[in-house]
Design a protein around this ligand. Structure first.
Ligand SMILES: [Zn+2]
Length: 271
């Protein structure tokens, strides 16, 4: 029997033909769009407009995307597991004790245990600045695979709770939940919560991620206090990234492929 096969799968069609001006999704260097027809090219360098004019052929970056496309806005619907009231009160108790004894910041990591379906608190070994604001720590690389670091909490001591310039810089590639406790000597202290996803920051209501608060707890584990190291501000290295972990901890989000950078890992600074 001769003739065309009708049972073959249709060839992948990278052009969106429904648009008046088609879009070529360029996945190979030698890929070309419909001959003689003006079309867009979606590439790793952005969206371009390709024109075939009798006097020239051009390819130029577009300033306005196709009007036929529907709109899309930056948004976030958080579904983070909330800290229990007891957990948050213990964190505040820890920050309060460190502030009273040393006048420094401190930090706690939030870990989601996928097997037990609950939040765990992890206090990393950390170095806080004496006489200044700042705390440095390494993300744990020895957590079991079912435990995922999904956020952090740090304290601004007597300063207000907000995302400082150091925080914003440090957290740019740190997808997850970031809580800042401020004015630690007030009861309750201030709490500021932001989420970072793919470099975009979202301010969210603390009630979304903390189940409640009554008072700071005095029963701070000794092992938490033992994680604290201190250095004077003048001893702070000019370059923060001086000791990267040998492997990466589990990432909250896989980066888009190919990964331009890792969303987690490396020392963290908070200011
Ligand atoms: Zn901070």
């Amino acid at each position: 029997m001769t003739g065309a096969r009708h049972d073959a799968a249709p060839e992948a069609q990278p052009v969106a033909p429904a648009l008046l001006t088609p879009v070529l999704v360029k996945q190979r260097e030698d890929q070309v769009g419909p001959k003689g027809r003006t079309h867009y090219i979606l590439s790793s360098d952005g969206l371009f407009l390709h024109r075939s004019h009798p006097f020239f052929t051009s390819c130029t970056p577009v300033r306005e995307w196709p009007a036929e496309l529907a709109g899309c806005t930056t948004s976030l619907q958080p579904r983070f597991p909330p800290l229990t009231r007891k957990q948050y009160e213990r964190i505040v108790g820890f920050f309060s004790k460190v502030a009273d004894q040393h006048g420094t910041e401190a930090a706690v990591l939030l870990v989601w245990d996928k097997q037990e379906q609950r939040v765990l608190l992890h206090v990393p070994r950390q170095t806080a600045l004496l006489g200044g604001l700042g705390v440095r720590y390494e993300l744990p690389v020895d957590l079991p695979p079912h435990q995922l670091v999904y956020g952090d909490v740090h304290c601004h001591v007597d300063a207000p709770a907000y995302a400082s310039n150091v925080d914003v810089h440090d957290e740019e590639h740190s997808t997850g939940l970031h809580l800042v406790v401020g004015r630690i000597r007030s009861e309750p202290p201030e709490l500021h919560v932001e989420v970072v996803v793919d470099g975009v920051r979202f301010l969210i209501d603390p009630a979304e991620v903390v189940a409640g608060y009554s008072h700071r707890r005095e029963d701070v584990p000794d092992e938490w206090m033992a994680c604290m190291r201190f250095e004077h501000a003048r001893e702070r290295p000019a370059v923060a990234v001086t000791y990267a972990p040998v492997s990466q901890p589990p990432a909250l989000l896989p980066p888009p492929a190919p990964a331009p950078r890792t969303p987690n890992g490396g020392p963290r600074w908070h200011g």
